[in-house]
Design a protein around this ligand. Structure first.
Ligand code: HEM
Length: 526
């Protein structure tokens, strides 16, 4: 097997499939570290460092990682993983509902990505898969693998991988961002309700992309549409129950339709029902406008690109658009709050960003693609916020179809590899706990970045063919909201949120809702 793996690596290197990176890295890192002859340095899977004894037993071994044997619970799995990396190093083998390998060195992540193949496998949450199996409904991007995944991903890629896709929606998403800023200006919300406003913003902004319509999520409380409210509540319920399923609050859903499962199923059905309606309406509008000759399918929109895909059925279009809307809402809402939190805690950086905005965009003028391109500090602030909070999602896994050699250990195909980036912060960044957007600027303090961090050190949207499909939209939505809010308001947090912790269940999220408050900026006249 060892020889097979090595010959595989050699073979592909000579073929150039992995560029010239894999084998040299393998040689310099793994073999040099252990400085023994080539094949004999390969160590077996069972020798990977990690908790020993009963903790490695199949099935029951997982239990020994948690209370009462340790002080960790499934709800703070990220802390357990952080501890494991601290205790055992960059590669750790442990039982977590089956054997897993935790990797934290960016160079090892790179190796995994190089081996993930055409159809990368990211294991789904069991609640999502159970829902599809028990109801015999097709899965979205998160639930499907292999060719089924590719059948969804490839038509979506045609639009979403184009560099200019988000720019098509810039003006309409800008209006959504202005509505959000207006709402924050007027709001007298408690922290939970405020967190809900971020969720509403992300849903509204993604709605214009996925369903070509304003869903009405940002309407004033008195004019809200009951169906939109039902939609928002159902989407929030989907994430809540997913969190319950991964945080150990529900285990029995695997065996029968327990409360968590039933709530999840009901919420998924509601999301499906309402998103089907939105899609039907959007398609009708397209037909009407085509009949009037006022719309050409050549207009570059997500919906048009789906309609033009002859291989796609209506139900597949529905799955793709609904999955995009769901995947993009909670993730964007949560990461946006993290950015606002970092800006609130660093008023000097917030003012510096405000100055950049003032110099680039007029308050009553639309935000253009060029204007966004001229705001490097805005981009640096988001990048730094992602770095500080990472991972943005708990957590990116891959399962490889082939054996791989990492840190000198042979990891058999099929073992889930869990990526975490806890340690690399201090290794690659000075003052890693500080929010320093400047570190991402080409010149930092008038000197060129001497040791730029390795490429795989900060991957908020993942990497490779299975990378986040909506990353351009996520960034655009966060940029627009930040610009429109800062033009009007200063972002602050109450002292009780000063050191709010974050947890990672599905997406990153504050342990307690953040107590933001906003003060109006005096109007500038140019
Ligand atoms: C700040 C906001 C967001 C963050 C941090 C984020 C992050 C991620 C990450 C880390 C993944 C897994 C990638 C991997 O396995 O390599 C992912 C997957 C995905 N994201 Fe996002 N995302 C965000 C917003 C969005 C938005 C706005 C959309 C849609 C408009 C979206 C759609 C998706 C989809 C469909 C997938 C599954 C892709 C697949 O399995 O093929 N995301 N996202």
């Amino acid at each position: 097997m060892v020889v097979k793996t090595l010959s595989f690596l050699r073979q592909h290197q000579t073929k150039g499939l992995f560029g010239d990176c894999i084998l040299p890295f393998f040689c310099t890192q793994s073999l040099r570290t252990h400085s023994t002859p080539f094949a004999s340095t390969l160590k077996e899977f069972k020798d990977i460092p990690g908790p020993g004894g009963l903790a490695q037993w199949p099935v029951v071994g997982s239990l020994f990682n948690f209370k009462p044997f340790t002080h960790f619970t499934p709800a703070n799995l990220d802390k357990l993983i952080e501890y494991m990396v601290y205790r055992y190093g960059p590669i750790v083998r442990l039982q977590l509902s089956g054997p897993k390998v935790i990797l934290s060195n960016p160079k090892d992540l790179e190796i995994v990505y190089q081996h993930e193949g055409r159809y990368p496998i990211r294991p789904a949450t069991d609640l999502g898969s159970l829902y599809c199996q028990r109801n015999n409904v097709p899965g979205g991007f998160a639930e499907v693998q292999g060719e089924d995944w590719y059948a969804l991903r490839s038509p979506a890629n045609k639009f979403l991988l184009r560099a200019d896709c988000a720019a098509q929606y810039l003006s309409v998403q800008d209006v959504v961002a202005q509505d959000f800023a207006d709402l924050l200006e007027k709001s007298q919300c408690n922290p939970e309700e405020l967190a809900g406003l971020f969720f509403r913003y992300a849903s509204e902004s993604n709605g214009v992309v996925c369903f070509n319509t304003r869903l009405g999520c940002l309407r004033d409380i008195n004019t809200r549409n009951p169906e939109t409210e039902r939609f928002l509540n159902a989407m929030a319920q989907v994430f809540l129950q997913l969190q319950n399923s991964v945080s150990g609050k529900s285990v029995a859903h695997k065996f029968y339709r327990n409360k968590t499962y039933k709530l999840y199923e009901e919420a998924c059905n509601t999301v499906h029902e309402i998103s089907s309606k939105h899609l039907k309406n959007a398609l009708n509008r397209v037909k009407q406008e085509q009949a009037k000759d006022s719309l050409s399918l050549n207009e570059f929109t997500l919906l048009n690109s789906m309609i033009k895909e002859e291989s796609l059925t209506l139900s597949q279009i529905q799955v793709i658009l609904s999955a995009l809307h769901n995947a993009g809402t909670e993730s964007t809402a949560k990461n946006m709050q993290v950015l606002f939190y970092n800006l609130a805690r660093n008023p000097d950086k917030q003012e510096k960003l405000y100055e950049e905005i003032q110099a680039t965009v007029e308050q009553d003028q639309p935000i253009t693609k060029d204007a966004l391109a001229q705001m490097p500090y805005l981009r640096a602030c988001l990048k730094e916020s992602f770095r500080l909070i990472k991972p943005t999602i708990f957590s990116t896994h891959r399962v490889l179809n082939e054996d791989v050699v990492i840190q000198g250990y042979r990891i058999p195909a099929g073992i889930p590899l869990v990526f975490t980036q806890v340690k690399c912060c201090s290794e690659y960044f000075s003052e890693p706990e500080k929010f320093i957007p400047e570190r991402w600027l080409r010149s930092y303090g008038n000197r060129k970045l001497e040791n730029p961090p390795p490429a795989f050190v900060n991957l908020p949207f993942g990497h490779g063919p299975r990378k986040c499909l909506g990353w351009r939209f996520a960034e655009q939505e966060i940029y627009l909201a930040t610009v429109r809010v800062l033009q009007k308001l200063r972002i602050h947090i109450q002292p009780e949120s000063e050191n709010c912790g974050f947890k990672y269940l599905i997406f990153v999220e504050p342990v307690k809702p953040i107590s933001f408050y906003f003060t109006k900026r005096e109007k500038h006249n140019g």
